[in-house]
Ligand binder design. Structure first.
Ligand code: G6P
Length: 608
């Protein structure tokens, strides 16, 4: 949801700002802009569409200056036009903003009745206008900043330049993250540490309500009351510097193929494969002392939670309630008794997930989170953090982060099962042994099935609608398969629990709607095969994703049958995720969509 960057340095900053914005483009990419101060004067370049358009504008009409701010936008208020692109200017003030100012119309009405003229449809312009009006009334930039921040309601990460102030940039945070980077005679602001990784790994994260004044060799941080505060400096992960595609065509493809390695890193954090036991960390949510668990998350992270629920209920006999965070946060649900809550988020910044966490925290629940970004707000506000070791995920459609979240849940299910005495030591050993095989099997399956899926994708790309079916964890896989396919190929895809087929979707079956059935030879197999038969009897075309035993046991005619190796039922979802990801990926590549940055989407959703 918008990326912001600011640099006060020694070199011409416009190219550096663009470089940093490239690393933030996953947050939004419908327009972009930079502004710099040169000889005390503000100037800016903006362009509709992706960053390459801004690069072209800058090549034709470069910007000088060693101090500047930049923005890549995911539109909330106002169409993604050049005029609505940030930075927004007003009488010598330049602002870039990530978030939503909830009381913007109130502020705009007040300023308009005092004579202000607004030139954009954005909520952000009120910040520039408010700052300008306060400067006009005689306040210093610092006073104007503090007064403005106290008038704003909503979520924001900001960077601000003031004309005539060649030696300072201001930043502020309330909600979306903001990182300050310390350089040598240079200072930086970024929406995340990844954006700043080419310049520095020496990072300070602002806390909610903080704001800061940066000059070339120093930063002063204030809290919401205007008191100076110290915030810790930390070293950003070295992995942040390595966000390159390498030999892959897309980040998504690279991230799919990184899974054997990152799943292995993640599992090793939770499991001691030498002893065949889960580590202490896997039972830190006091699983033995709770009667139920709440889970909330968004998008693919929500589906990771769904796998988690299935495993925790089955293996640890722990009742789990899960909901999408945008619903969870507003349900006003009672939270009596011995419960804990667990939140799942790659970025650790998703607004709805964070709000759900705070709801549970305010109700006294112990809070755990499964996060990929350890410095994130969700991680910092949790009692127990369960990290995924996926490394930076750049493709908007989640792949490796999801399978790492699932790996954590698999380990937690064993940890919880042991803590609650629902699994014996021997069962724990068996499950650990199965998990230890996941990196090797995922590696070989990816290479084995890729050619077939590439060919199948060409077929699939001819259709406008696709139905995914499965039962149990295979239903959750179906949901993820449909989500992936629609978000990157724009083919309408829906997932149904196979048992629900007769309750509605069967009416849609004809030769124009392929039905992808996920049915390994597990305890649901026979039932799902009956559902496949019902599809076949109505002329439906079936893409059958199964294992060797399943392929042997079915003689139905299919459009394609994808056969994976027989594996233990516990780890099946981690293996069966791979054809789903590759099918969506190759279909999107074949259709020529923008795989890493699909239309209208953003990776980090920091607004409601
Ligand atoms: C967006 C992304 C998804 C992600 C979801 C939740 O929709 O495109 O890939 O699963 O947000 O994000 P989070 O960072 O909380 O996992």
């Amino acid at each position: 949801m918008c990326g912001i960057v600011a640099i006060i340095g020694k070199h011409r900053v416009a190219p550096l700002l663009v470089d940093a914005l490239k690393r933030l483009e996953y947050r939004g990419y419908d327009s972009a802009g930079v502004a710099t101060l040169q000889d005390g004067m503000l100037d800016r370049r903006r362009a509709e569409g992706k960053l390459v358009n801004l690069e072209k504008v800058l090549a034709e009409n470069p910007l000088g200056g060693t101090i500047g701010i930049g923005h890549t936008r995911w539109a909330t208020h106002g169409a993604p036009t050049e005029n609505n692109a940030h930075p927004h200017f007003c009488e010598g003030v330049a602002v870039v903003h990530n978030g939503i100012i909830e009381n913007f119309s109130e502020i705009r009405d007040q300023l308009t009745s005092a004579g202000a003229h607004f030139s954009t449809e954005t909520d952000t312009e009120v910040i520039a206008q408010l700052l300008a009006s306060l400067l006009r009334s005689g306040k210093t930039p610092k006073e104007a900043m503090q007064a403005t921040l106290s008038s704003l309601k909503g979520a924001y990460a900001l960077a601000v330049l003031f004309e005539g102030e060649n030696e300072q940039i201001m930043g502020a945070r309330n909600g979306p993250p903001l990182a300050i980077g310390h350089g040598d005679g240079e200072m930086f602001i970024g929406s995340d540490a990844i954006a700043l990784s080419p310049f520095t790994d020496d990072i300070t994260y602002l806390e909610d309500g903080d704001w800061a004044i940066l000059n070339r060799d120093h930063v002063e941080i204030f809290n919401a009351d205007g008191n100076t505060v110290q915030r810790p400096r930390s070293k950003a992960s070295s992995a942040y510097a390595q966000v390159e595609k390498g030999n892959y065509r897309h980040f998504m493809e690279k991230e799919i193929y990184e899974q054997p390695e990152v799943i292995s890193h993640t599992l090793t954090h939770y499991i001691d494969f030498a002893t065949g036991k889960v580590r202490e960390v896997s039972s830190q949510l006091d699983f033995a002392d709770i009667d139920s668990l709440k889970i909330a998350a968004c998008g693919s992270a929500y589906l990771a939670g769904q796998f988690g629920k299935n495993w925790l209920e089955r293996y640890a006999r722990l009742p789990v309630e899960i909901d999408v965070a945008s619903e969870f946060r507003y349900r006003e649900m009672p939270l009596p008794g011995r419960q804990a809550a667990l939140f799942v988020s790659q970025s650790g910044e998703t607004a709805d997930t964070l709000a759900s966490l705070r709801y549970c925290k305010n109700n006294g629940l112990r809070i755990g989170s499964i996060v990929n970004v350890r410095e994130s707000t969700i991680a910092r506000e949790s009692d127990v953090v369960f990290p995924t070791l996926a490394g930076p995920e750049i493709g908007v459609a989640s792949t490796k982060a999801l399978t790492c979240q699932m790996s954590v849940f698999a380990a937690l299910a064993i940890g919880a099962g042991r803590a609650r005495n629902t699994l014996s030591e021997a069962e724990e050993k068996d499950m650990v042994r199965s998990l230890s095989e996941v990196p090797r099997i995922t590696g070989s399956v990816l290479h084995q099935i890729q050619p077939q899926l590439e060919i199948l994708s060409r077929e699939l790309s001819k259709f406008h609608n696709v139905l995914y079916l499965g039962r149990g964890n295979n239903y959750t896989l179906a949901l993820e398969g449909a989500l992936k396919l629609k978000e990157i190929s724009y083919i309408h895809a829906e997932a149904y629990a196979a048992g629900e087929l007769k309750h509605g979707p069967i009416a849609l079956i004809d030769e124009n709607m392929p039905v992808i059935v996920i049915a390994p030879h597990d305890r649901h197999f026979e039932k799902t095969v009956s559902n496949m038969q019902e599809v076949a009897a109505r002329g439906g075309r079936i893409i059958f994703i199964t294992d060797e035993n399943g392929a042997r046991a079915s003689n139905l005619e299919t459009m394609a049958t994808i056969v994976l190796p027989n594996v233990d039922e516990f780890i099946m979802p981690l293996i069966f995720m791979l054809p789903i990801q590759l099918l969506a990926y190759h279909t999107a590549v074949f259709m020529g969509t923008d795989v890493d940055q699909p239309r209208n989407l953003a990776k980090s959703v920091t607004v409601e």
